[in-house]
Write a protein that binds this ligand. Structure first.
Ligand code: G3P
Length: 195
């Protein structure tokens, strides 16, 4: 049990690292909170025009989710891996380093899924990509991928996992409530556009 608590805590702290903020600072892109949607994710880093910084943000934010899951699996076991994924997501959404004002969790979600189950992660990434190519909306792509993920999980991982992923889906929807309003109003910005 102690190991489980420690891995959950490590996963939360890992998830809390805001790679968007780190990259924006490293590349001298200014304060992400004042740019575009004000979000700390890769989509918003891309609005600065710096593709490398956006890519590294995507890599960092997804990698931390994957790392949390893999560490927990190695140190404790498969159930702990799911819990670590949840904790990494909570870290990204409510980071201790940013007074609990975090991101929307899409990259961390995809990284977590890839590490939990490769087919589930790949299907979720493919769903995101497909919707992104067709609509050019990052938020909509995330919402559709998040909606499909519990189904993929039930089919290719296991049912308990699907319940956990459903919680992550709900968190992603909650964090995208402004995006959902913009999508409905037709004012959401497309990928790569400054808006
Ligand atoms: O990855 C977050 C994305 O779904 C929306 O980001 O900056 O357009 O609110 P943003």
């Amino acid at each position: 049990l102690l190991m489980l608590i420690v891995t959950a805590l490590v996963a939360y702290l890992l998830g809390s690292i805001p790679f968007g903020i780190v990259m924006a600072r490293l590349f001298g892109l200014g304060d992400l909170r004042q740019i575009g949607s004000g979000n700390i994710g890769a989509t918003n880093v891309l609005r600065t025009g710096n593709k490398l910084a956006a890519f590294l943000t995507l890599l960092g934010d997804s990698g931390k989710g994957a790392l949390a899951v893999i560490l927990a699996r190695l140190l404790v076991g498969e159930q702990a891996a799911g819990i670590a994924g949840l904790c990494a997501m909570l870290g990204h959404l409510y980071p201790i380093y940013l007074r609990f004002k975090g991101g929307k969790g899409v990259a961390t979600f995809l990284g977590t899924l890839l590490a939990l189950s490769l087919p589930v992660g790949l299907l979720a990434c493919a769903t995101w990509l497909l919707v992104a190519v067709v609509t050019r909306y990052s938020s909509l792509s995330a919402l559709v991928a998040a909606l499909m993920a519990p189904i993929y999980t039930a089919a290719f991982y296991h049912l308990h996992g699907a319940i956990l992923v459903l919680v992550l889906t709900a968190l992603i929807f909650y964090k995208h409530r402004d995006n959902i309003a913009r999508l409905k109003a037709g004012t959401e910005t497309k990928i790569g556009k400054k808006g």
